[in-house]
Design a protein around this ligand. Structure first.
Ligand SMILES: [Zn+2]
Ligand SMILES: [Zn+2]
Length: 287
């Protein structure tokens, strides 16, 4: 058993449906071992892990909240938008996500091409193997670079080669912010700005709130205590919803981001449900 404290409701979890290293079933089993009561499954541009997680958790007392995490490239930064409680079988949603994943694949091919030209002998097939069933992305290219010994760590791969200023950086298809918010809304979901602290631009955070974001991910492993306090106060002032989660990617994937490391309480989760006219029920109790 892991020896860290886990919070009961973790709303930011990745699985092998994107770049996490545990399958939805394995994540559910770990959550049950840790005694968590609710998980938000939020894979990058994918809802493919939700059904498996729900099937694995059903009747075991763990609530699975359907979600996703969309990436949006803007001038100078990448915005991540979480969507919760959406209808993950809604066809326009699954069709758009498929197009985004295909584009993601073309981007990986392009990055591998650039790196090969630069003399790094990484293979596309290996990148795809590392991605497994999930959508291949920069993280898998980075892991490949670590594997061949070109860099010491994923972090170094981003700093030297794959980051926004790096020589092998390839920009992504621009799903506009409004389009992403609309996609989540039309799927019946709640659009939430993921880890606003990582944007390092509070002006942009305010702007996004005006564009129709319903809430902020206040609690995240990479937020300082001060940032969490500041975003919580902003949510309270503006009547925005509060979410939080560990951004879990598997054992040891990111320091401090173990399952359940961050999260929210039951009343915060109940507000999310109420905003959709739904009632939250945990362990037979209604909120
Ligand atoms: Zn993110
Ligand atoms: Zn994430």
């Amino acid at each position: 058993m892991p020896h860290y404290a886990a919070t009961g409701i973790d709303l930011h979890v990745h699985t092998t449906a994107s770049d996490g290293t545990l399958s939805p079933r394995e994540v559910v089993n770990l959550a049950l071992q840790l005694g968590l009561e609710a998980l938000g499954i939020t894979d990058h541009d994918s809802v493919a892990g939700i059904d498996e997680a729900q099937a694995a958790a059903s009747s075991l007392g763990l609530l699975i909240i359907p979600g996703l995490e969309l990436s949006i490239d803007t001038e100078g930064s990448e915005i991540h938008l979480l969507g919760y409680l959406l209808d993950h079988h809604y066809e326009p949603l699954t069709t758009t996500l498929k197009a985004l994943r295909e584009e993601r694949l073309e981007r990986v091919e392009e990055m591998v091409g650039i790196l090969n030209q630069m003399g790094y002998p990484i293979r596309l097939t290996r990148v795809m193997e590392l991605a497994g069933k999930g959508s291949a992305g920069r993280l898998h290219v980075a892991r490949c670079l670590v594997e061949i010994g070109a860099v010491e760590s994923v972090k170094e791969a981003f700093a030297k080669l794959l980051g926004r200023e790096g020589p092998a950086y390839v920009p992504r298809y621009k799903l506009p912010v409004e389009g992403a918010i609309e996609l989540i809304n039309s799927s019946g979901g709640i659009p939430i700005l993921a880890h606003p602290g990582l944007l390092e631009d509070d002006g942009l955070v305010t702007e996004l709130c005006e564009q129709g974001i319903a809430g902020l991910e206040v609690y995240h492993p990479e937020h300082t205590k001060e940032q969490s306090t500041c975003y919580r106060e902003l949510c309270e002032r503006k009547g925005l919803l509060i979410t939080g989660g560990s951004d879990y990617h598997g054992p040891g994937a990111k320091e401090g981001a173990h399952l359940g490391a961050k999260g929210i309480n039951r009343s915060e989760l109940a507000r999310l449900y109420q905003s959709k006219g739904l009632e939250l029920s945990i362990s037979g109790q209604n909120y």
